[in-house]
Each structure stands twice: as structure tokens, then as C-alpha cells.
Design a protein around this ligand. Structure first.
Ligand code: HEM
Length: 436
């Protein structure tokens, strides 16, 4: 609702607590929870920058759908990742965003996804085969795997030497996107990322020209052929910008989810068995054509995304004066919604602290208690374009892993996760693998 600013501003939660910053880094959701108890579900907070926190399923729906046209995703994300992912879909608003999203859609259609899945299945097997029995950090391994799948499916690159070059550049760009220190010092993570982006653009541009002349089925090939109802096509620059952004959006989030799955299923080995049984029943593989035959596996993935939501915060900037639940949000306010917080609210979830994949079964369907109580992929016009891609890929990878091995995490009680800007194991996630 657009308002004249007579309503009060949300309460300020900026009192300084001893060890505040430490708490913020080590237990981000815990520090939100603490302020929720003190101030309710709407409050202004100064943590690195000033923003207003809106908590709960109603807030998610309000920001992501009801008021989506009065809120800018572009302005909010620009500050965080604008330099490295300029022109990416999430960094666009309004008609421009709609047009680009329409042109990207064909690359996410069912048949396109099927092609990416089928062409990556062998690669997944090769990677798992090479994992050592005592893996010091499974997060590094799943990052290598998801990156290689993405380079192959999105750019159509499979030659080992070329893969190596792309992997290094993309790793540098992605590392920059989650670096806190952005000082312009040569050799630092962020500056390396800026240079890597430049090099990546130089490599990708001629490849786009080649794909236009010789069409392929990889994502770049699909984007080269995409035409909207008015006959408009993506320019070469737009294709390169979108692909670099999609690479980051896909790789970081799936690697985060896979390592969280390793952790959860090490805590709950009975679920390793259930997933393996289901994968065995779906034999003979390849199952790329039918990952829908793995419903329990999908429930495990959904429950992991509920408990370990990779993107904890979805930021927006108000484009006009707005009001939410009686509080004024003046034009230009930075606001954030937290699906990750809603994923633990007692109103929606039975014993939310428990790992319980069956809460997503048809009989219980806890995620349907409110259209926005479960939103790891966001919602509204910026909702994740890769949701089905991610769910299908994770199902196939998890199925393949459990067919090959079981695992445990030594000293699991000592494993900690960094929660922002994206959830990843804080130091390492060692895993011991056993042939099954
Ligand atoms: C478990 C994996 C994933 C999670 C949890 C996830 C989560 C999200 C979320 C929450 C957003 C919305 C951000 C916002 O509203 O500000 C988003 C956007 C997006 N995601 Fe994903 N994502 C995942 C995987 C992927 C994959 C695999 C791809 C591509 C293949 C992808 C492509 C995108 C794109 C293109 C957008 C921007 C959409 C737009 O602005 O219109 N994501 N993702």
C-alpha cells in the first residue's frame, strides 16, 4: 500500500550488545531471532548497513508478490554483487527484467533441462569415482563437481584443458561475490574476481558468435536462438552477462545444498538407506529421463533447503513510500525478508528443529500451510528460474552418490556453518566414504 508518511517508523533494534558483531557472523539467524523476541516481526537494524527486517510468511508474500512492483531487487543486489554480475537477471527491474526473463525461459524448458541432465550424467559418475575414501573437505569436491556440470551444460565446454581455464576464472569470480573485503588491493580475492570477470567476457564473446553460426543444445546455444513475440533477441553482450550471472546463481547454491545434504544424512544415516533403496528401485540408470521417480530423495532435498536455506536474506529497496503492518517504509528504504527465518516458525512446522523429510509428503504437506512459509527459491517475478533444474540435478547426484557409497562425518558435533552471504561449512566438512 502506498502511503503518506503518518505511520510510525518500525522500532529500531540498533542497541549495541557486547559481542554483537561476533554473534552476527557466527549465528546470523540466532541474532535475528533474538531481535524478533525483543521487537516483533518488523524492526530497523544496523548490521554492516542499515535495513528494515520484515519477518514471517505474510512479509515474504508482501515483499515478493503483493508489492513486487514497488520494490527494487536491482537496486538492492547492485550494491552487493553489481560489479561482478552486471546485467544479470536479478540486477534488472520492471519491463527490462520481464523482457530478459522471457528471453531466458526457453533455456529452462523441460526439454532443455533433460538435455543438460543427460549430458552430465557420465560426468557425475566420474567425479564420484575419484573422491578419496577419506575426503578432508567434501564442500571442495562438490564445488568442483557442480562447476564442471555448469561449464559443460551452460557453455558446452568439455575439453579438459578448456574446462580447467573456465573453472579457474569462474571460481575466482564466485569467490569475489562472497568476499567481505572489497578494498581495491591487487591480488586480493575481490580484485582477482574483477580481473577474472574481464577474462571470462573475453573468452565467452567469440564463443557466442560461434554458437550463432553453429547452433548447439547447451544453454548458450539455446540463448542464441531465443526470440520473443516481437522478434527481439538477446545481444551478444546480454548473453555473456546473463550466463556469468546464471553460473554464479547455479553453482554457489547447489554446492551449498549438496554439502548440507552430506551433513544431514551423516546425522541421519537411516535416510542414506532410504535414498539408496529408492535409487535402486529406479534402476536401470541413467535416470536423467525420470528423476521424478525419486520422491523421497526430493523430500530430503526440500527438508535440507528448509533447514539450511542457502540464501538466508532477500533484499529489496522501496521505490515509493510504503506501509507494512502499520509501519512506514519511506521511499529508498532498504528492506529484507527472511524465508530462512520463516522455515523455523512453530506456526507452520511441527518441531522445526528436527530433520524430518516426511513433513513434505502429500499427507502432511506442512509447506502448504501458507503459500510463503516455504520459500528457499524466493517468489514472485524474481523467483528462481533454476528451481526445477536444481531439484532434478540434486536428485540425480544424490541418487548416484548413495548407490556408490555411504558416509559419515567424523567429529560431526564440531561442524559449523557460515550463514551469510551464503551458507557453507565454516572451515571444512570432512567425510569418510564407504563402498555400499
Ligand atoms: C538449491 C539451489 C538454488 C537456490 C536455493 C536458489 C535460490 C534463489 C533465490 C532465493 C532467488 C531469488 C532472489 C531474489 O528474489 O532476490 C534466485 C534467483 C535466481 N536463480 Fe536460483 N537458486 C538455486 C539454483 C539455481 C540454479 C541451478 C539456477 C540456474 C540454472 C538458478 C538461477 C537463478 C536465476 C536466473 C535467478 C534470477 C531470477 C530473476 O531475477 O528473475 N538458481 N535463486
Amino acid at each position: 500500500m502506498s502511503v503518506t508518511l503518518s505511520s510510525p517508523l518500525p522500532p529500531s533494534a540498533t542497541t549495541f550488545y557486547p559481542l554483537d558483531l561476533y554473534h552476527f557472523y557466527t549465528d546470523f539467524l540466532g541474532s535475528i531471532q533474538q531481535r524478533y523476541r525483543e521487537h516483533g516481526n518488523v524492526f530497523r537494524w544496523y548490521a554492516l548497513s542499515k535495513f528494515t527486517v520484515l519477518l514471517g510468511a505474510e512479509a515474504n508474500q508482501w515483499a515478493l508478490v503483493t508489492q513486487q512492483k514497488s520494490l527494487s531487487a536491482a537496486k538492492a543486489w547492485q550494491q552487493l554483487i553489481g560489479q561482478l554480475f552486471q546485467g544479470g537477471l536479478m540486477l534488472r527491474d520492471g519491463a527490462d527484467h520481464r523482457q530478459q526473463r522471457r528471453l531466458l525461459m526457453p533455456a529452462f524448458r523441460q526439454e532443455a533441462l533433460q538435455y543438460y541432465l543427460t549430458s552430465s550424467e557420465a560426468l557425475i559418475g566420474q567425479h564420484i569415482q575419484q573422491w578419496p575414501a577419506r575426503c578432508p573437505n567434501i564442500y571442495t569436491r562438490v564445488k568442483e563437481l557442480t562447476l564442471e556440470i555448469a561449464v559443460q551444460s551452460f557453455f558446452g565446454i568439455s575439453h579438459p584443458k578448456e574446462l580447467q581455464v573456465y573453472n579457474r576464472l569462474i571460481t575466482d569470480v564466485v569467490a569475489g561475490s562472497i568476499a567481505f573485503n572489497r578494498l581495491p588491493v591487487v591480488g586480493r580475492v575481490y580484485q582477482r574476481a574483477v580481473q577474472a570477470r574481464r577474462d571470462l567476457v573475453k573468452l565467452l564473446k567469440p564463443l557466442v558468435g560461434e554458437r550463432r553460426r553453429h547452433p548447439t543444445q547447451d544453454m548458450m546455444g539455446q540463448l542464441c536462438q531465443s526470440v520473443d513475440e516481437e522478434g527481439r533477441q538477446l545481444s551478444d553482450d546480454e548473453i555473456v552477462d546473463q550466463l556469468i550471472f546464471i553460473m554464479m546463481a547455479a553453482h554457489d547454491t547447489t554446492a551449498s545444498t549438496l554439502s548440507s545434504i552430506f551433513y544431514e544424512l551423516a546425522m541421519h544415516p537411516e535416510w542414506q538407506l532410504r535414498v539408496r533403496d529408492e535409487a535402486r528401485r529406479a534402476l536401470p540408470w541413467p535416470v536423467a529421463q525420470r528423476p521424478d521417480q525419486l520422491p523421497l530423495t526430493l523430500m530430503v532435498i526440500r527438508e535440507t533447503l528448509r533447514r539450511h536455506t542457502p540464501l538466508k536474506v532477500l533484499p529489496r529497496v522501496t521505490l515509493e513510500d510504503l506501509e507494512f503492518q502499520g509501519f512506514a517504509l519511506p521511499k529508498g528504504s532498504h528492506i529484507s525478508v527472511f524465508p530462512s527465518f520463516t522455515h523455523y516458525m512453530d506456526e507452520y512446522w511441527t518441531r522445526p528443529q528436527d530433520f524430518d523429510p516426511l513433513r513434505f509428503s502429500e499427507e502432511r504437506a506442512e509447506h502448504k500451510k501458507h503459500p510463503f512459509c516455504y520459500a528457499p527459491f524466493g517468489g514472485g517475478m524474481h523467483s528462481c528460474l533454476g528451481q526445477f533444474f536444481a531439484e532434478k540435478f540434486l536428485s540425480v547426484i544424490l541418487g548416484k552418490i548413495t548407490l556408490k557409497c555411504s558416509w559419515r562425518v567424523p567429529d560431526i558435533d564440531r561442524v559449523r556453518f557460515q550463514q551469510i552471504p551464503i551458507q557453507v561449512p565454516r572451515s571444512s566438512l570432512p567425510v569418510h566414504l564407504y563402498s555400499s
